[in-house]
Write a protein that binds this ligand. Structure first.
Ligand SMILES: [Zn+2]
Length: 206
């Protein structure tokens, strides 16, 4: 009997399917009904703007939500924007993943989140496939600035058996319960310095 090399991947796929959370199932509904998504986001206390179609470079995103203020301020590219389902996921992630993980592992709360990019009309690096960033579905997280001035970064702290390393591990695992696609330094060298979080159709936690 020949056992296909694809078997582990199939099992992994089945496991992911089995652990799909209610929030992830709701993401699909939010994608199908943008106005309902906006109404939902308004009830969260997140401050945001909805901007008209962005059609630059053949990347048409029907509706773009620009984050003004969530639970945390953001530092980085200075432009946190994407689809409403992405911004809804980001808000849930801040509240149910980042905040509790910081309380569990770090001596100081998170003051700012360092993002390395959200919407960008581009392909996946090294391929001719459109990235989830080009659909407004993804955000890259480089690390966290704490209230005491300390910086926790994926590049420096990932994989370490330290409070900062354990904090990042919990953020990563929690991200997989909120976002559909999560890529970490475990995935490939292109992700050695950030967590890629997206609400695209590809379910993965790598
Ligand atoms: Zn990314």
């Amino acid at each position: 009997m020949v056992i296909s090399q694809a078997t582990p991947y199939l099992l992994k796929g089945l496991m992911n399917e089995a652990t799909t959370t209610g929030f992830q199932r709701q993401t699909q509904k939010r994608q199908q009904n943008p106005q309902q998504c906006i109404n939902g986001l308004m009830t969260t206390g997140v401050s945001f703007m909805v901007v008209p179609n962005d059609t630059k470079g053949n990347c048409t995103v029907p509706q773009m939500v620009v984050l003004d203020q969530g639970l945390y301020p953001y530092t980085g590219t200075g432009n946190v924007r994407g689809t409403c389902p992405l911004m809804t996921a980001v808000h849930t992630w801040e509240k149910t993943v980042v905040q509790p993980a910081a309380a569990r592992h770090l001596r100081s709360p998170v003051a700012k989140i360092w993002e390395m990019g959200t919407y960008s009309c581009r392909n996946i690096a090294g391929t001719n496939k459109r990235s989830e960033h080009s659909k407004g579905n993804a955000i890259d997280i480089g690390g966290f600035h704490l209230k005491n001035g300390q910086k926790v970064t994926v590049l420096k702290d990932w994989g370490k058996n330290t409070p900062e390393g354990r904090f990042l591990r919990d953020v990563y695992q929690g991200s997989c319960r909120v976002f559909n696609g999560v890529l970490s330094p475990n995935y490939n060298a292109a992700h050695r310095d950030h967590l890629h979080l997206d609400v695209g159709g590809w379910r993965t936690c790598d």
